[in-house]
Each structure stands twice: as structure tokens, then as C-alpha cells.
Design a binder for this molecule. Sequence first.
Ligand SMILES: [Zn+2]
Ligand SMILES: [Zn+2]
Length: 211
Amino acid sequence: MSIEIILLALSPVFIIFVSYEFIKYRRYYDIKDSLANTALALMHQGADAIALIVLMPFFYWLHQYRLFDIELSVLTIFGAFLLQDFLYYWFHKASHHIHWLWAAHVVHHSSTKMNFSTAFRQSLMYPLAGMWLFWLPMILIGFDPLSVFTVVALNLAYQFFVHTQTVNTLGWFEKVFNTPSHHRVHHAINPGYLDKNFAGVLIIWDKLFGT
Ligand SMILES: [Zn+2]
Ligand SMILES: [Zn+2]
């Protein structure tokens, strides 16, 4: 399945970033914590792969009721990224407000460490919690299920890079994109920082909806 292959193909990049950060910024790491994160990532990937195999026939069944036939072009790919990132915002916000979804997402927030390996800290229960429900509108609009899950994977891959304390603010980039400094706020437990920055790739949704 495409989603697994994309993240698997990128895993050497992830490992290089984690290794570099671990060596240079040892203080941000706890070995046990990072090993747990890695084990969780593998279980999460396994659960996702099984869920995609089980659910793909349903996604293609649903796709026959699509509103439009969407051909892949620069414009529609851009549209797919934008729409999926918008839906990701609502998925993430819902994950913090609906107990059923929080039961899966809490795993990601259950460490006091913040480093690249924290991005690996994911629950294997996301498929059961129903993360995939949030992508159904895209399939109904007419995006091919494989394209949808490819975009989902790329969105998650981007988010790996916002899990670090080693990058300060990034100028104009902060205004449009989710960044390490935005996402540190999301992981913080300071009262003023709670329920802020649900962004995947674009921070514009948080600005638009007041989070
Ligand atoms: Zn969160
Ligand atoms: Zn995070």
C-alpha cells in the first residue's frame, strides 16, 4: 500500500535526523522513551497496513458514488493537499475534544520529551478510532482512494520535521506553515497553550478558526 511504502522509503531520512539530534542534543533524549516511540511507530504502521488492506475495497466501493471524476494534474494535486490538510486539522482538533478519539491520540502526547523521535509516538488504535472517516469526503468528491492515502502519508511525513526543540522560529514560514515552534506549543502543557495549533502542514487553519 502506498502509504506504508512512502513512510518506509523515508525512514532512512527519519533515522538520520533522529541520530543527528540524539548525538548533538543528547539532553532532549531519553533512550527508553525513544525506544518506546520506535516500537509504537512500528506497531502503528502495522495496524495501518492491515486497516488499509481491509478497508480499501470499501473505499473503492464508496468511490463509485463520487461527485466528480478528478484527473490528476498540478491543480488537482494541489487541491488534494489543501483539502486533506484542512480535514487533518479537524481530525486533530476532534482528537483533542472527543474522548473516543483522544483515547488513541493521547499516546502521542504521553511523553515529557520532545524530539524527532516523538513523531514516531503514535497509537496503533487510530484505524479503530476511525481516523480514516475524516478522509471519506475526499473519496466522495472524487479523489482516487490511493491518491488520498498518498497525500495522508506525505502530510504525516512533513509532521515528523516539526517535532524538535533544535529549530527556532522561521520568519515568514511561520505565517503559512506548521513549524517546530508552532508544534512545541501544541505539545506544551502551559494553560495558555492548551488546545492550540492543530495544524498538519499549514498553520492557516489555526489562524482561520482561532486556535
Ligand atoms: Zn495533538
Ligand atoms: Zn506532535
